[in-house]
Write a protein that binds this ligand. Structure first.
Ligand SMILES: NC(=O)c1ccc[n+]([C@@H]2O[C@H](COP(=O)([O-])OP(=O)(O)OC[C@H]3O[C@@H](n4cnc5c(N)ncnc54)[C@H](OP(=O)(O)O)[C@@H]3O)[C@@H](O)[C@H]2O)c1
Length: 295
């Protein structure tokens, strides 16, 4: 476990599950940690371990060159940092708050306007992965700032992955992955609801759910080359088959009395693919349908 060079000072703003895990790991690694959180009591156990709770965001920012920001969204970032703007000059804002790429770019411009540099981060891990060697974060922004703070970034997640100078790019990569996460997890909750409506528990279907989810990576590998080549040959699957299949899924959910919003949305996308004339092509052609706005 690497420790902080010469008791480097770090400020952590935002003590939700993420910020708390980060502050705890930084204390473990020997950093001098200053905290600020809207709900001050969330700092109690960290203060008991040696962190300093700043009385205001401005004093928290003033305490360290490196300021880790872990808030719910950028509206919260501005709510906290706007009153502290005069203290931002010369600071490095390691902004690990979820945002759209445009919001991240605007945040970087706002920081620059106050003499600070933003490194945007998208953390690919739940709080339990913070401090673990296998967990990773996408960063984008100035490379030299990333390099200078690399030991700190690698204390937060073992892998710190610089993805270019555009402060929006880390946010884009993060949203790509997190979109897959929420959608996949929602499909899992749908599966559990359907199982329950038929007298099965989540534990009963776990082996089947695991096998299904684990099989997806083979599909990614198989379709990636074809999709990048614009090829949707219906040699191993055809959209018309998929259309019939997703309608069976929808009807099974409806017959079981569970909510059908998600399976109905899936049927709707397949239907648009059929209407666009892709019935005899692979269902990978849906990527062409999804690439065009419905409006
Ligand atoms: N948790 C995860 O598994 C996970 C994984 C990857 C990335 N992330 C991202 O990491 C960030 C932090 O996650 P989290 O789970 O710790 O989030 P969270 O539970 O939403 O808490 C984040 C912090 O935001 C503060 N906050 C929210 N609105 C505020 C406002 N208007 N003014 C001042 N403070 C405000 C909260 O303060 P209070 O304590 O006063 O409420 C809290 O300290 C998010 O952007 C999230 O999307 C989370």
């Amino acid at each position: 476990m690497s420790s902080a060079p010469q008791q480097q000072s770090v400020t952590v703003i935002g003590l939700g599950p993420m910020g708390r895990a980060m502050a705890a790991v930084l204390l473990d690694r020997g950093y001098a940690v200053t905290l600020w959180n809207r709900t001050a009591s969330r700092a109690d156990d960290l203060v008991a371990r040696g962190a300093v709770l700043a009385p205001s965001p401005a004093e928290a920012v003033a305490a360290s060159e490196a300021v880790v920001i872990s808030l719910t969204d950028y509206a919260a970032v501005y709510a906290v940092l706007e009153p502290a703007a005069p203290a931002l000059d010369g600071r490095v804002l390691l902004n690990l708050t979820s945002a759209t790429p445009e919001e991240a770019r605007a945040g970087a411009r706002w920081a620059a306007g106050h003499g600070a540099v933003q490194l945007t981060g998208g953390v690919n891990s739940p709080p339990s992965g913070i401090g673990q060697p296998e967990s990773s974060t996408f960063y984008s922004g100035p490379r030299q700032v990333f390099d200078r703070h690399r030991p700190l970034l690698e204390a937060l997640t073992g892998r710190a992955d610089h993805q270019g100078e555009d402060p929006g790019h880390a946010a884009l990569l993060y949203q790509i992955g997190v979109g897959m996460f929420w959608t996949s997890m929602l499909s899992y909750w749908q599966a559990v609801a359907l199982a329950r409506a038929n007298g099965l528990t989540a534990a009963d279907i776990l082996p089947h759910a695991d096998e299904t989810a684990n099989s997806l990576t083979q599909f990614f590998a198989f379709y990636t080359g074809r999709v990048d080549a614009g090829e949707h040959t219906g040699d191993v699957d055809r959209l018309a088959m998929g259309m019939a299949s997703v309608e069976h899924v929808l009807r099974t959910n409806a017959d079981s009395g569970v909510d059908t919003a998600l399976p109905a949305a899936v049927v709707e996308v397949f239907r648009r693919g059929m209407e666009a004339g892709y019935g005899t092509d692979s269902f990978s052609a849906l990527v062409e349908v999804l690439g065009k706005s419905a409006r």
